[in-house]
Design a protein around this ligand. Structure first.
Ligand SMILES: [Zn+2]
Length: 227
């Protein structure tokens, strides 16, 4: 059954390769946010995570520590920055990933939103925005700790340029919720929708699939001569 996803990915890969030379936008367990025009991440610029308030920085920054090491290892320069006002109606300064908090940003209880700035120049991510659902903290939406950790990192990866890698594994014609490839240990990509990642002490870390997706974003920049 896993082959279905792999084969679909391989087909798309070949098509993309024909069109652009070497750009690959999806593979096993990962997918780029091509729907928003993002196909690469800069291998040289530094992406900076900023926060709407000091309280939000104190709240969320600790959750990024392990993930940031992995993102760097994948070839992306990223750092935790300071506080700057976030206007959710528009993208912030170049290469910033802006963090804020809203009550039900997508209208659905318990759902947060993360997205890259849509259609960046030459498809190279210029950062994005995350709006976490404030319900996680006011007692109205319970999530086990591992899910919270995974969700917080998941949204940042959206802002960088990863999409959900859900695929139709059971052949019903739909890439359904939680329908994602998994490791032999049962770990799905942290980018799996609506939840993925480790349920162990590794929660909040990227799974290998996610790392591969990030590496491919950087490789796409290099393949196109983008810096
Ligand atoms: Zn998502």
């Amino acid at each position: 059954m896993l082959l279905t996803g792999s084969q679909a990915g391989a087909t798309t890969t070949r098509t993309a390769a024909t069109q652009t030379g070497t750009v690959v936008t999806q593979g096993t367990g990962w997918k780029h946010a091509t729907i928003l025009g993002v196909t690469s991440v800069s291998p040289t610029k530094t992406y900076t995570i900023t926060f709407d308030t000091a309280a939000m920085k104190a709240r969320y920054a600790p959750y990024y520590t392990e993930a940031i090491k992995q993102i760097r290892d994948a070839g992306i320069h990223i750092q935790v920055g300071g506080v700057e006002p976030v206007d959710v109606t528009k993208c912030g300064p170049a290469d910033h990933i802006q963090i804020t908090e809203l009550h039900r940003p997508l209208g659905t209880p318990g759902w947060s939103q993360g997205m890259p700035c849509p259609f960046p120049d030459q498809g190279m991510s210029r950062g994005g925005m995350v709006a976490y659902d404030s319900e996680y903290w006011d007692g109205t939406w319970y999530m086990p700790d591992y899910k919270l950790k995974n969700t917080i990192v998941h949204e940042v990866l959206h802002a960088i340029g990863l999409d959900h890698p859900n695929v139709d594994l059971d052949g019903d014609g739909i890439a359904g919720p939680y329908e994602c490839v998994a490791t032999s240990y049962g770990n799905k990509p942290i980018m799996c929708s609506p939840n993925g990642g480790y349920s162990t002490s590794n929660a909040g870390k990227l799974v290998g699939y996610d790392v591969n997706g990030l590496k491919a974003l950087v490789a796409n920049a290099r393949a196109q001569g983008l810096s």
